[in-house]
Design a protein around this ligand. Structure first.
Ligand SMILES: *Cc1c(COP(=O)(O)O)cnc(C)c1O
Length: 492
């Protein structure tokens, strides 16, 4: 060997010395992954981690190598048996999708191909745009609209609210900042609005008070008269009413604001109309229920969440903006090291000009593959199926004297509680919380809880393509069993 060859031989890489070993291990991992999903129904939806598993995660920074097979064994033993549980058919907590195998393969292939979706002239970039175009089509946005795939609904909302701020600021806010705005901006949303909007207005420098929470009607939808009154009051007081946020599917109860009425108010009052459709925008593809979100296509911007009702593996959110130039003008910056060239890899548009990230993951592939495999119509039917399941659960609750429905079921979220004769609100909360925790600890089902119109309740959000009706029958019978057990052990 001459010295040049010696030097080359000494260069390190992360690639394995022997690809055949990696091949065997990879096949094992795929086999295990398939078995894991195939048997998911047989395992507890959630379980507490034993002490040795907890302590495993305080092991120090590894300094020397370990065989990849040993590394995988650690994962198989300490990580895989203790998931959040949202891939399980009886997980109905908070609000999230249940993932899918093809999407997981998409994530794997995206990582193998390794492209950075900050931009560039390569196939992943075209696929990213194609998926955004498909999202536009799903919600009825024009082909001229723009959009971007982001980490989730919170970021998608921030994108929409930022464009709204810049368009309505009355000053070049990018250059001069919010301090230079002639009037403080006001945003409006119902008192059921998701907490990410508060973070957004705070991060945008507008302050939490700039987001006025408008009261809701008996169905927990924004009260249009109250909204108009708030706008008039703010104008009178010297504010600039800038943006109304409609929620298509509130996280608490699934209420859908009257989007057509909000579009009219926005047009009359010169407001930006943003729709938080993280839960409900995709109802637009569901044949039986799509009329619930009529008017969404009139929005100026929409946030939606493919990792909810499209069941994309985390993370995948999407922001859409009707006027592409307003979108681009909010975020585009071209530093000297990211200038385009007439040909080659750096030709064309940079995707990072539509949001806050520079490097971007290849989120489109997992969405693209699952959509291609199943077709959008099936995803629409699955949304209808979840809504029908929620209605089924609602009927079971209404038919059971020991249970009480706590808010009207509009889409796929059901809130209810177990009654306890003579108990105070406080006792009822403790009692129902205990039922919820035992459902988790016994591995039966995972629900969450919330407070609706001042009353604590259990909440079942069915955004799950694995749920069957008999899972909901089981939920009701187990809630009744636990209710009896707990009430017998701790009399009121
Ligand atoms: C889930 C949700 C969000 C936040 O979305 P993430 O994907 O969790 O960031 C915002 N608004 C509503 C109505 C939601 O349900």
């Amino acid at each position: 060997m001459d010295s040049l060859q010696e030097a080359a031989a000494a260069d390190e890489t992360l690639d394995p010395p022997d690809w055949t070993e990696v091949e065997a291990l990879s096949h094992r991992i795929v086999d295990d992954a398939i078995a894991y999903l195939k048997d998911v129904r047989e395992r507890p939806v959630w379980r507490e981690m034993p002490a040795e598993v907890r302590s495993f995660f305080s092991a120090p920074l590894p300094r020397s190598p370990a065989p990849a097979a040993d590394v995988y064994d650690d994962v198989a033993r300490n990580l895989m048996p203790y998931p959040m549980g949202n891939i399980h058919p009886r997980f109905w907590s908070w609000y999230m999708g249940s993932s899918n195998f093809t999407g997981a393969l998409g994530d794997f292939l995206a990582a193998i191909q390794g492209s950075n979706l900050g931009g560039g002239n390569h196939a992943a970039g075209l696929m990213d745009k194609q998926v955004v175009n498909w999202m536009k089509e799903m919600v009825g946005f024009p082909a001229s609209a723009s959009g971007t795939l982001v980490s989730g609904g919170s970021m998608a909302n921030i994108i929409g609210l930022t464009v709204a701020r810049n368009v309505k600021a009355g000053v070049d806010v990018r250059e001069r900042g919010v301090g230079a705005m002639p009037k403080p901006l006001r945003y409006y949303a119902s008192d059921q609005v998701h907490s990410c909007h508060r973070k957004a207005v705070e991060a945008l420098g507008l302050g939490n008070r700039a987001l006025r929470r408008i009261s809701t009607d008996a169905g927990l939808r924004i009260d249009i008269a109250a909204l108009k009154a708030a706008i008039a009051e703010d104008r009178e007081a010297g504010f600039r009413p800038a943006c109304v946020i409609g929620t298509a599917g509130t996280v608490n109860t699934g209420a859908v604001d009257d989007l057509q009425a909000l579009a009219s108010v926005a047009a009359e009052e010169d407001l930006w109309f943003h729709v938080d459709g993280c839960i409900g925008a995709l109802i637009a593809i569901a044949p039986e229920n799509r009329s619930l979100v009529a008017g969404i296509e009139q929005a100026d911007s929409i946030a939606l969440d493919p990792h909810k009702w499209l069941h994309a593996p985390f993370e995948a959110g999407c922001a859409l903006v009707r006027d592409a130039s307003q979108h681009r003008n909010t975020f585009a910056v071209t530093p000297e090291y990211l200038e385009s060239t007439p040909r080659g890899l750096a030709s064309g548009e940079w995707l990072h000009d539509y949001g806050l990230q520079t490097s971007r993951g290849f989120r489109a592939l997992k969405i693209w593959m699952a959509l291609k495999e199943h077709g959008v119509e099936k995803f629409g039917r699955l949304i209808d199926q979840n809504i029908a399941q929620a209605r089924h659960l609602t009927r079971l609750i209404e038919a059971e004297p020991a249970l009480e429905l706590m808010s009207p079921t509009i889409i796929n979220i059901v809130s209810f509680r177990h009654r306890l004769d003579g108990a105070s609100e406080e006792k009822l909360k403790a009692f129902n919380t205990e039922i919820m925790l035992r459902l988790q600890e016994e591995g039966i089902a995972v629900l969450s809880d919330t407070t609706v119109q001042g009353r604590h309740c259990l909440r079942v959000a069915i955004a799950n393509h694995r749920t069957r009706r008999d899972d909901l029958d089981l939920l009701v019978s187990e809630v009744l069993r636990l209710g009896q057990e707990i009430a017998a052990a701790t009399p009121v």
